[in-house]
Structures are given as C-alpha cells and as structure tokens.
Design a protein around this ligand. Structure first.
Ligand code: FES
Ligand code: FES
Length: 162
C-alpha cells in the first residue's frame, strides 16, 4: 500500500498540492515541484542553504517533513522579493557584494529576515549569532554581516540601500 498523501501548502501566496510519501522532506518535495530557489546543500541541518519561512518562522527544509507543512504557509526567497520589487536585504546583499556564487544567499536572507523581525537594530554580534546556522564558502562573511546591518538601517529609515 502506498504511503503517499497529498499535502496542501501555500507557497509564496499560492496554493500548491504535493503528493508525497511520509519520508520526503519539504526540501525534496518543493524542489521537485519546481521551487529550485530553495538550495540543497548538506541535507542534514548544517549549512542553512535550504532555509524557508514556515508560518513566518525559519526552518531548515531538509529537516522538515513535507507532511509537517500540510495546511501551512511557506515563504521562499522569491516570496521575500523579486527583481523590480526587491526586499531591502536583497538590495543590500547586491550593494555590498555579499552574494558571490550566491548559493548560500537565499538561506542567508531568510535567516536575516527572521533576525530583523525580532531585532530591528542588531549589533554585529547579534548578526553573527542570527546567521550562525548558515555557511558561506565564498565571502568570509564580512560583507554578509555588512549587508544585514545596511538593510537594518534602511528598514529603520536611517540609511539608503540601493
Ligand atoms: S541543506 Fe538543509 S541545512 Fe544544509
Ligand atoms: S556566496 Fe558562495 S557560498 Fe556564500
């Protein structure tokens, strides 16, 4: 007997039905459905590349079963902002050069979004702590931390992200 069921998830405001067995992760199910903006890195909760917001809270989608998302809302990087309607964090990552290969960037921005929601004026230590679950192989992190603080100033009305 198949252990598949259809779960209904709202992804970036649109209803998506995922026919998925019990063991499939949200990462696998959503990428299979075409949401390839969710990046697949370590698949064991170490790198943060796969982060999405689930009902507004950040989760590693590689550690979340698709069935667990049934009836819930997922936000991917495309739900944060799009070209022409970019989020201040996305603009700040571009302005500071914080996205190099870009593979970590969706997860970084998801984590940063969550941090700034809870703490609109983070210190450098707060930013480092907030992004401590996300790995980057390219930037050395300095520009990423700058980007988050630039976006925080912009969101507080104190700065100018591009
Ligand atoms: S792919 Fe999920 S934490 Fe690395
Ligand atoms: S920009 Fe390449 S892994 Fe972070």
């Amino acid at each position: 007997m198949s252990n598949e069921k259809v779960v209904t998830v709202t992804v970036n405001g649109s209803t998506v039905k995922l026919a998925t067995p019990a063991h499939r992760t949200l990462l696998e199910a959503l990428r299979h459905e075409g949401f390839v903006e969710i990046k697949c890195g370590c698949e064991k909760g170490d790198c943060g590349a796969c982060a999405v917001l689930l009902d507004g809270e950040p989760v590693d989608s590689c550690l979340t079963l698709a069935w667990h998302a049934d009836g819930r809302e997922v936000t991917t990087i495309k739900g944060i902002g799009q070209p022409g309607n970019a989020d201040p964090l996305q603009k700040a990552f571009i302005e500071t050069g914080a996205a190099q290969c870009g593979y970590c960037t969706p997860g970084m921005i998801i984590a940063a979004r969550s941090l700034l929601k809870d703490n609109p004026d983070p210190s450098l230590a707060d930013v480092k702590r907030g992004l401590s679950g996300n790995l980057c192989r390219c930037t050395g992190y300095t520009r990423i931390f700058e980007a988050v603080q630039l976006a925080a100033r912009e969101l507080r009305g104190e700065g100018e992200a591009a």
